[in-house]
Design a protein around this ligand. Structure first.
Ligand code: NAI
Length: 255
């Protein structure tokens, strides 16, 4: 029987992987045996993440990268090829949030959100493709959102960008299935990360509303993303592609 969850010998890159959900996924991949590349902008924060991943047994390293910059993305994948000689797994996790009513959203704000969340995922997937083909296939995990499928009044740009990530996931899945590349999306619910810290502290009642509305009765933690990352990065999910998997404690299935 093939080893379902073993990532020994595999190379994985996680964008924005130096904190939050990306670091949670990176930990899972490292524990399963992958060599993890942390692709992010803050060098000091990336080094801390690398130290942690190395302590888990991964021969991890960091490469500075801005997913909105085509040249930076090209340099990232060229750097991985030089350093590792292969790439098996891409996690498109880098993302930014904008809380603003649609009528007040500036064009520059809209574009910044779309460029990071949607265009960034496209640029990285496109750059990863030849490397994944070169090893006979691979895995792409896109971090989308519950608002990829649900409306949200105060974050139209963000939800539009995450809707695009979900449709990108489905289209890449169909385009690259014959190349043995599986492309899936993870839809996080309310997760305790730097992205939600401010809202949790500043929006009155938010913390209690999330806890009350979530069947599991708590916020998600970054540890909740280790298992899904290993599953979608490993042979265990070889016949699953184009899927959108909520990681939300049941938030999206309760009226
Ligand atoms: P976070 O803010 O800790 O992580 C986002 C990471 O992306 C950071 O490391 C940030 O520096 C990086 N990043 C942003 N722009 C970048 C760029 N241009 N190039 C490279 N890296 C860049 O927040 P969190 O929560 O861990 O977010 C991770 C992903 O999960 C994001 O895509 C976010 O939209 C998504 N998400 C988070 C939810 C939550 O409740 N925390 C809910 C649904 C989705």
């Amino acid at each position: 029987m093939k080893e379902l969850f073993d990532l020994t010998g595999k190379v994985a890159v996680v964008t924005g992987g130096n904190g939050g959900i990306g670091l949670g996924m990176a930990r899972g991949l490292a524990r399963a045996g992958a060599r993890v590349v942390v692709a992010a902008r803050d060098a000091a924060k990336s080094q801390e993440a690398v130290d942690e991943l190395r302590a888990l047994g991964s021969d991890a390293f960091a490469l500075a990268s801005d997913v909105t910059d085509e040249a930076s993305v090209a340099a990232l994948f060229a750097g991985i090829a030089v350093r590792c000689g292969r790439l098996d797994i891409l996690v498109n996790n880098a993302g930014i949030f904008l809380k603003k009513p649609p009528q007040d959203t500036l064009l520059a704000e809209w574009q910044a959100v779309m460029e990071t969340n949607s265009t960034g995922a496209f640029l990285c997937a496109r750059a990863a493709y030849p490397h994944l083909c070169a090893v006979g296939g691979g895995k792409i995990i896109n971090v989308a959102s519950l608002v990829s499928v649900f409306g949200v009044p105060h974050a139209a740009a963000y939800s539009a960008s995450k809707g695009a990530v979900l449709q990108l996931t489905r289209s890449l899945a169909t385009a690259w299935a014959a190349d043995r590349i599986q492309v899936n999306a993870v839809l996080p619910g309310w997760i305790d990360t730097p992205l939600t810290h401010a809202a949790r502290q500043n929006v009155e009642g938010l913390n209690d509303r999330v806890v009350a509305r979530t069947p599991s009765g708590r916020w998600g933690e970054i540890e909740d993303f280790e298992g899904i990352a290993v599953f979608l990065a490993s042979a265990a999910s070889d016949f699953i592609t184009g899927a959108a998997i909520p990681v939300d404690g049941g938030y999206s299935v309760q009226v």
